[in-house]
Ligand binder design. Sequence first.
Ligand code: IPM
Ligand code: MN
Length: 372
Amino acid sequence: MKLTIAVLPGDGIGPEVTKQAKKVLEAIAHQFDHTFIFKEALVGAIAIDKTGEPLPEKTLDLCLDSDAILFGAIGDPKYDNDPSAKVRPEQGLLQLRKSLGLFTNIRPVKAFDQLIDKSPLKKEIIKGVDFTIYRELTGGIYFGEKKLSKDGKTASDLCTYTEEEIERIAHLAFKAAQNSKKKLTLVDKANVLESSRLWRKVVTNIGKKYSDVALDFLFVDNAAMQIILNPKQFDVILTENMFGDIISDEASVIGGSIGLLASASTGKKYAMFEPIHGSYPQGKGKGIANPIASILSAAMLLEHFGLFEEAELIHKGVEKSLALKISTPDINTEHTNITTSKVGDFIADYIQYPEDSNLNFHNIHIGQSTII
Ligand code: IPM
Ligand code: MN
């Protein structure tokens, strides 16, 4: 298969982790005889520094002309503590999602057996957890009208949803549940918000067409608690934009590190793949960022194009790296010298020589590997 992939490394640790995902995709291309053409462009704070815009036109054009987008991370502390900043790096990501119509954000949450001790949650609570969050990505409070009064003392953000916006993602979430454990949980705040009541009405109606899927509802405050108390109860969670943002960070605690959670953002035409973590500016350039979320996002990219065998090999490589503790310090207290690029090298190497990697593991830990 021939694919043109726009690579948008962005800010902070974005470039480091994206480089590893690219490395892994290159190994896949080599192994399975695919042609992946990577084209890089600026986004976020680095784009503001260089062009004045968080999403330069050139970047958007490249995305519109590509088959898929691999996104790194966005954000810089110099904007976080400056409420008066007129342009912000995050606008780049939000404009990209909106311009490409990426209304569905899919965030799989899984407890890896190899990391069962790394989560602050008890083993018996997280063992076997495997659910997926379907987060609406182009509507709600993120994109509603924003107002600041002239005297600067009153502000508001409007949360709007239309029936159509709810329907299109609801169908996808129901289908995902049909292919999984046949349970869909709508997370909302229907006891308070009108927009949530519309979600409930529309999703209940659509649910009639998916009679094999058990539909239930949770208020977001309760859902936040249930994700920690009993995460095994979930299969597919469907929710609006901001609730999805919040509960997905919370859910990352189950896996033991936010550096493990991948995501796919899809629309009718375009698709973008990005780790759920941020730009982690404190970790920039230190080689400590976990590249697994970015690498698993690359696997989601392959699945999107039906390349399931290829994606599976990446998953196996990731699991092997976890089992052999070829992991960054966020999940590895034993070997603290394993860098971001060593993890990428190992997984790329595994893809080319799946049988050999045990040998390389011993070499890596005694520092004699040829692949590092
Ligand atoms: C995410 C991020 C973004 C969001 C930020 C960077 C705008 O937190 O992808 O979850 O809030 O959607
Ligand atoms: Mn987030």
